[in-house]
Design a protein around this ligand. Sequence first.
Ligand code: AP5
Ligand code: ZN
Length: 216
Amino acid sequence: MRIILLGPPGAGKGTQATSIADEFNIPHISTGDIFRYNIKEGTELGKKAKSYMDQGLLVPDEVVVEIVEDRIKQEDCLNGFLLDGFPRTVPQAEALDRVMEKMSVALDNVINIQVDKSVLVERAVGRRICKSCGATYHIKFNPPSKEEQCDKCGGNLYQRDDDNEATVTRRIDVYLNETMPLIEYYSNRGKLTAIDGQQHIDKVFEDIVSVLRSGK
Ligand code: AP5
Ligand code: ZN
């Protein structure tokens, strides 16, 4: 199964992606996670991406496209993959179409997680992530049972550098200007399914699984 998760910052893409990837046994490919890993490791790619990410801006298309192209050609993606945070612009979507055509594979579904703008800032600013296993929490909506400690592995929780109010607001504006056109792009191709992202995390997951299982 080849799936794209679309949605504004804080919509719940990462939260759902982990469970969907487990459910369908496909790799979860998050361009944001790839950049954050490279920043942590101090690579050239990380240095380049950091300046854009800290400002809430998109990393240039050619940089992102090359990374995703290399990644989806790897062996573990032969039976499918879940893209989270890519594509984010029409040129990225067109590039993905070209790569997949060359690979003779097709997209199954583009899941668009819909959440009102008013909720997004609170979600992103309250997010906490486990340093060890990457699990995502929210101080109010999905708190860990012990403060600042991961329920799954006991690791310490941290807040992303770009999860402050000013940068989140900028990221939402960038989403509206550059990523929203993808809704029409995929809808015109009959691939888009809208999911209500303002329900409980488990219900959002249930809705997504039911769409993907029905093959609609
Ligand atoms: P990226 O890491 O992709 O961030 P994003 O798209 O801004 O998305 P988020 O990770 O903020 O949100 P999410 O939808 O995953 O929400 P989550 O599940 O964590 O990108 C970061 C940066 O990298 C970009 O700004 C850009 O610079 C660069 N980049 C990445 N990809 C790129 C590309 N393709 N092109 C160019 N640049 C790129 O949930 C958020 C919070 O809400 C959590 O605390 C969670 O617990 C909570 N929550 C989730 N679901 C629910 C629910 N149903 N109810 C209540 N709370 C919920
Ligand atoms: Zn953990």
